[in-house]
Design a binder for this molecule. Structure first.
Ligand SMILES: Nc1ncnc2c1ncn2[C@@H]1O[C@H](COP(=O)(O)OP(=O)(O)O)[C@@H](O)[C@H]1O
Ligand SMILES: [Mg+2]
Length: 305
């Protein structure tokens, strides 16, 4: 268990009376997730039904990368992670870059679901995408417009959040609370992040078996075009992810696909959604088509499972 240092300016935050969506933003490695968890546990003193949305599709905390997970507090528990119902949304990428629409749709669907499930306050942890040239401010501002958070907690080191916060500070549509990054933060490099994602995928697929799916009667988004090791989600009729799978084989003539998945049945499956990421089922590392890792793959055959 990692020891968390709680800065005095966290303890001094007055959280009583806060409700609705509370959004946490900041650059990568500023302590967003740590603060979001702290916020969740503090809110348990004031609300019976507290929700947490892990909206970080890269360095995810409550599910496999490429997904966002909603978790609700159960009974009188006060610890993290929440032990109540979980709902998942598949974005299909480990970064919002090039996937802004599903990122936005996902947080909105999960925030709405949290409310339907009775949450009176929802903590939303986000990705660290803030760079203007990558569309960071556009994404964060769109989230604010769509989710109408009561508070945006902005964790900052310097001026890096100005493009986002500049307009928000002057607007009455949300309250901005600015916090300095905690001194105890340990930054992680690209390789560490990659290895962390691989560990999460390995854990998620630990009990996975090949399952043949006939998609003749299922919707396949965006189109039934499967390639080996591609990550796919099985979605329910509301568009939430029931389980993920890795494509092992596909037979377009028979309209079947063999997925490595922890799902045992196809009950409730309404659609398959094809992701924009591939997972090597031996190393569990993710890659994109045309990546260096893609070229290292054997040309044909299927993995031994
Ligand atoms: N207040 C804190 N006390 C101790 N360690 C912290 C604290 N805040 C962050 N860390 C550590 O720093 C690293 C990055 O923090 P994290 O919350 O995951 O950042 P982010 O979500 O912004 O990427 C993690 O290893 C975390 O345990
Ligand atoms: Mg995080």
């Amino acid at each position: 268990m990692v020891h968390i240092e709680i800065p005095p300016y966290w303890e001094q935050l007055s959280l009583e009376g806060l409700s609705g969506v509370l959004m946490v933003i900041g650059a990568p490695d500023t302590g967003k997730s740590t603060f979001a968890r702290y916020l969740y546990t503090r809110l348990c003193a004031f609300h019976e039904r507290v929700a947490f949305i892990d909206g970080d599709i890269g360095q995810a905390s409550l599910g496999p990368p490429t997904t966002m997970t909603l978790a609700l507090r159960q009974g009188g528990e006060t610890g993290f992670p929440p032990g109540g119902p979980r709902v998942r949304f598949f974005v299909g990428s480990n970064s919002p870059r090039g996937h802004m629409l599903p990122t936005l749709i996902g947080v909105h669907k999960l925030a709405r679901r949290a409310q339907e499930l009775g949450a009176t306050v929802t903590v939303l942890d986000t990705t660290g995408l803030i760079a203007p040239e990558q569309g960071g401010p556009a994404l964060k501002q769109a989230k604010v417009d769509l989710l109408e958070p009561t508070v945006v907690f902005a964790i900052r080191q310097g001026n890096e959040l100005e493009p986002i916060l500049g307009p928000l500070r002057r607007s009455a549509r949300t309250r901005v609370v600015e916090l300095p990054a905690a001194p105890a933060i340990r930054p992680r490099d690209m390789l560490t992040r990659r290895a962390y994602r691989a560990r999460l995928f390995a854990r998620y697929f630990a009990d996975a078996y090949p399952l043949e799916i006939s998609w003749a009667r299922l919707a396949v988004f965006p189109a039934p075009c499967f390639s080996r090791y591609q990550l796919v989600a099985m979605e329910d009729r509301r568009g939430f992810a029931l389980a993920l799978g890795i494509v092992l084989e596909a037979d377009p003539a028979r309209k079947t696909v063999l997925l490595l998945t922890p799902a045992h049945s196809l009950q409730e499956v309404d659609a398959l959604r094809i992701g924009d990421v591939w997972i090597h089922p031996e190393t569990w590392e993710d890659y994109r088509a045309g990546d260096e890792n893609d070229r290292r793959l054997p040309a044909a055959g299927r993995p031994n499972h």
